[in-house]
Each structure stands twice: as structure tokens, then as C-alpha cells.
Design a protein around this ligand. Structure first.
Ligand code: HEM
Ligand code: PLO
Length: 482
């Protein structure tokens, strides 16, 4: 038998109602910061009750690694939450679905679909470059005018995901695109309002007005999705997979029993919700990271200059950046990493659940325990990072000027629940930022304040809206006319 320290229970916060109300009732401290602060007092690992739910918060990298990787399968469950159940028709998607063979099958399916008609070929590169080019034209028409960068960025990223998921594209000003952007911001504002871990007695803390709004937005989204599904079914052809939706339809028609799944288990609801997940995650995360990137560049013009210098030296003016230039622009890649470190899109990941009685370190963890990994605290841990609160892209370079990835850098999570859009996101971030910084310099509109870097915590950590001006670095127009 194994002799080791006898198992102990975790330090647990005594007065959870106070914490609970801080989380849910508009306390001004967002939960990732509150948990980080509580970590200083209670240690890297502590328990608390959120409503009736025993929840363990992990603030340090060592234990995060244990539950995400070493015991990844044991902790691969997801909790039932009121708003996310509404969003995903009771977990018929991937992100909010509890662990099951069907979930595993769906994850693999989306993964391989993305690889097949996206990452694996140059098609995705072409799609992203087209959108980057449209975005640059839009900015060319709006030089030196203060504008909200979110609009152009969201539209560009939406079109990339639209191509992948629905094989379609919106023209600027399309009313359907406007309605997609409206319902998305409506969902982001109301889903798990305040925090994904916030599961306090809902009807009391969740204003009815918000619930109504969420339902309305979901309804608009579902009508749109259903229409896409019908269109796809009508034009479906087994031999040609045009997009993710086709790949899902093909799998739905394939033999289920041979996979150990029931014949009827892959419903139209699943197809819709998986497409909705890919679409929602694909747009919101990438657009948010790009907004953070520009906000930090406004604060750090020296970083912007250095990236532009790298682009000028390695690529110049006569051609556009492509995927094969990634290794030529290490400083840009380091800056993107630094943005993902200092402002992780999902600072608390999505809560995990222990699927059986288990342990973390020497502590006993009963089946059903919710586990929140505080990536924010891991990305700001002074034991892992020098001067963690400062924006220093060079920290991702080693002494020889080569890129390296510190172990405590986990912006996409890790293990069985790791993000399935990681390579897609990295590809988009690289192409969009390299195109933008080849063409333009970003600066703060005269008289306007620098963007607030604090962030609004919601289902994703977003910057507060800000305005930016762009200046062309080169007379592209004249050049094209020549
Ligand atoms: C899950 C980060 C882009 C699809 C996650 C998780 C994180 C994350 C931290 C949660 C991991 C966990 O709970 O342990 C990011 C970041 C992105 C990004 C930082 C961009 C900068 C994308 C894109 C897509 C996507 C582009 C798809 C098109 C998903 C899905 C899940 C997920 C479906 C749920 C996986 C599961 O529960 O099994 N992502 N993501 N993400 N992401 Fe991403
Ligand atoms: C974004 C708004 C959409 O309308 C619905 C949606 C679906 C999937 C969610 C995404 C939203 C937010 C970011 C999430 C993603 C699944 C994985 C991703 C939570 C709510 C992250 C970063 O974990």
C-alpha cells in the first residue's frame, strides 16, 4: 500500500454568503481578482460554497496542472448552470456539455473538421487574408477619425467563422450581420451575468429583464441557425463537405452504434448547438483578443514601433504577410502571447467538475465538486513571472532571442477540455495583426484618454470600449493606381 500524508480537507472560506454576494450582487471586484486576493489569505487552493455548490478554487500552476492534465479525465465534467443550459439546450453543445461519450465524439468531429477544411490547407489562410484586406480598406476610408475598433474587428472575425461553419459571408452593412452582432452582444452581456461561477439563487439576483433579453437573443440566434440548417439540408451532398455544418450532417447520418452511441443520440439540436458554439466562441474570443492587442499598443507605442520595424525588415511593402512568415516575426508572436497572458480571454476557464471521488494534492475532493482554475492568478503569479503586472513581450524570448513558452502560460487551458480553436485563433491573430501593423499605426485620438486596461469580467474578459485613430504608414492607394 502507498504510504503518504493522510488526506486532509481543504481550507474553506467560513462566510460564503459574503463571498457569494460579492460575486453576484454587483460587488465591484470581479471574481478572478477576488479569488486571487483570497488566495493570498487562504493559499493557492481553497474551498468555498457558491450557493449549495461546494467549489474549489485553484490559484497556482502546480495544482492546475494536476487537475487539467494528470487527472484531466477525472475533472472533465461541467456543472449545470441556468443560463448556459438555456444557451446550449441543456448542454447539447461542446463547451457546456458534461462529460459523455457523445461529447467526446462531437469534440473530435469539430476538431477534425477544422483541420480538414481549415488549418490543414491554405484555404483558411486565403479566407483570413481576404478579410484582413477588407478591414484594411475600411480603415483606409476612415483615416485619422476616432473610431471604435470593435466593429471592424468583429465583422472581419465573424466572416472568417461564417466561412468555416456555414460557407457564407456577409457584405458590410448586411442586416443579418447586424442582427448577429446584436444578439451576440446581448448574449455576452447577460449570459452567466457577472461570472460563469455565479450560480446563486437565480431568480433573486438575476433581474427578470436580463433573463428576458437573454431568451430573446437566443431566439433570434436559433431562428438564424435553423435557417442555415435547413439550407444545408436542402443542398446537402454526401461527397462534398463545404463547411462544419456539412461535416456535422454527414456524421449525424453515419452509423452511431459502431461508436457505442445510440442511433438516435445525435439530434438536430446537437447539430445546431455545436455550430452555435463554434460560431460564438470563434467570434467572441478572437475579436476580444484583437481589441486588447490594440489597447495595449496604444499604451506602449514602443512595442508597436518594434513590431512594425520587424515587419518592414522581414516583409517590406511589396507583399502582404502570409502564414509562412510566422517564424520571421517572433516579436509580433511574443506580443500576442503577452496579450493572452496579461488579459486572458477566459480568466477562470469554464468551471470543471470532479466526476468521481478524488484528490488534489493531499486534499480529498468528493465527486461532484466544482473546480475553478484561476488562470488570471497563474498568469500574474510573481513566482512564475518577473514583474507580472507589466506588459513585456520580451519575456517570451530566451537569452538567444528565440521564442519560448513558459510552462505557466496556459491561455487555452490544457488536457481533455483544452480549447479546440487554439490553432485557428493563433492563425487569425497573427494574420490580422501583421496586416494591420504593416498598413497602419494606431494612436489615441487627440484629447481622448488612453483605453482603460481594467477589463469587464463576463463570459469573456473584455476591454471597456475605447476609440482609436489610424494613420496610414504608406501611400498604398497611389501605389495601387500606378
Ligand atoms: C474552450 C480559450 C478561441 C472554441 C476554451 C477554454 C479556454 C479557451 C481557456 C476553456 C478550457 C477549460 O475549460 O479548461 C480561448 C482563447 C481563444 C479561443 C484564449 C482565442 C484567443 C476559440 C476559437 C474557437 C474556440 C476560435 C472555435 C472556433 C472553444 C470550445 C471550447 C473552448 C468549443 C470548449 C471545449 C470543451 O469544453 O471541451 N477556450 N479560446 N475557442 N474553446 Fe476556446
Ligand atoms: C459567446 C456569445 C455567443 O452568442 C454564444 C457563445 C458560445 C460559446 C462561448 C462564447 C459565447 C463565449 C466564449 C466561450 C464560448 C465557449 C468557449 C469560450 C465561453 C457565450 C471560452 C473562452 O471559454
Amino acid at each position: 500500500s502507498v504510504v503518504g500524508p493522510s488526506p486532509t480537507t481543504l481550507p474553506c472560506l467560513p462566510s460564503f454568503p459574503i463571498v457569494g454576494s460579492l460575486l453576484s450582487l454587483g460587488g465591484t471586484t470581479p471574481p478572478h481578482l477576488l479569488f486571487t486576493r483570497l488566495g493570498c489569505k487562504y493559499g493557492g487552493l481553497f474551498g468555498l460554497y457558491l450557493g449549495p455548490h461546494y467549489t474549489v478554487v485553484i490559484n497556482n500552476f502546480k495544482h492546475a496542472k494536476e487537475i487539467l492534465l494528470r487527472k484531466g479525465k477525472v475533472f472533465a465534467g461541467r456543472p449545470h448552470m441556468v443560463t448556459t443550459a438555456l444557451l446550449s439546450r441543456d448542454g447539447k453543445d461542446i463547451a457546456f456539455a458534461d462529460y459523455s461519450p457523445l461529447w467526446k465524439f462531437h469534440r473530435k468531429l469539430v476538431h477534425s473538421a477544422f483541420t480538414m477544411f481549415g488549418e490543414g490547407t491554405s484555404k483558411l489562410e486565403t479566407i483570413v487574408c481576404q478579410e484582413a484586406s477588407s478591414l484594411c480598406s475600411f480603415l483606409m476610408d476612415n483615416l485619422e477619425t476616432p473610431l471604435d475598433p470593435g466593429l471592424g474587428l468583429s465583422q472581419a472575425v465573424t466572416n472568417v467563422v461564417c466561412a468555416l461553419v456555414f460557407n457564407s459571408k456577409y457584405q458590410p452593412g448586411d442586416s443579418e450581420l447586424q442582427s448577429v452582432m446584436d444578439y451576440t452582444s446581448g448574449i455576452v452581456e447577460t449570459i452567466a451575468r457577472g461570472s460563469l461561477v455565479d450560480i446563486f439563487p437565480w431568480l433573486k439576483v438575476f433581474p427578470n429583464k436580463d433573463l428576458k433579453k437573454l431568451n430573446k437573443c437566443i431566439q433570434v440566434r436559433d431562428e438564424l441557425l435553423t435557417q442555415k440548417l435547413e439550407e444545408h439540408k436542402a443542398t446537402y451532398c454526401m461527397s462534398e463537405t463545404r463547411d462544419l455544418m456539412d461535416a456535422l450532417l454527414t456524421a449525424q447520418r453515419g452509423p452511431m452504434e459502431s461508436r457505442g452511441l445510440e442511433e438516435t443520440s445525435f439530434s438536430d439540436d446537437h447539430v445546431l448547438m455545436i455550430a452555435a458554439d463554434a460560431f460564438g466562441a470563434g467570434v467572441e474570443t478572437t475579436a476580444t483578443t484583437l481589441k486588447w492587442m490594440i489597447a495595449f499598443l496604444l499604451h506602449h507605442p514602443e512595442v508597436q514601433k518594434k513590431i512594425q520595424q520587424e515587419i518592414d525588415e522581414q516583409i517590406g511593402w511589396n507583399r502582404h504577410p502570409g502564414l509562412s512568415d510566422r517564424r520571421l516575426l517572433p516579436y509580433l508572436e511574443c506580443t500576442l502571447n503577452e496579450v493572452l497572458r496579461i488579459r486572458p480571454v477566459a480568466p477562470l476557464l469554464i468551471p470543471h467538475v470532479a466526476l468521481e471521488n478524488t484528490s488534489i494534492g493531499e486534499h480529498v475532493i468528493p465527486k461532484g465538486t466544482r473546480v475553478v482554475v484561476n488562470m488570471w492568478s497563474i498568469h500574474h503569479d510573481p513566482r512564475e513571472w518577473e514583474d507580472p503586472d507589466s506588459f513585456i513581450p520580451e519575456r517570451f524570448l530566451d537569452s538567444k532571442g528565440q521564442r519560448f513558452s513558459p510552462p505557466a502560460f496556459i491561455p487555452f487551458g490544457a488536457g481533455p477540455r483544452v480549447c479546440i480553436g487554439e490553432s485557428l485563433a493563433k492563425l487569425e491573430l497573427f494574420l490580422f495583426t501583421s496586416w494591420l501593423l504593416q498598413h497602419f499605426s494606431f494612436f489615441c485620438p487627440p484629447g481622448a484618454p488612453l483605453p482603460n486596461l481594467e477589463g469587464r469580467y463576463g463570459v469573456v474578459l473584455q476591454p471597456q470600449s475605447y476609440r482609436v485613430c489610424v494613420r496610414s504608414r504608406h501611400d498604398w492607394r497611389t501605389k495601387n493606381k500606378e
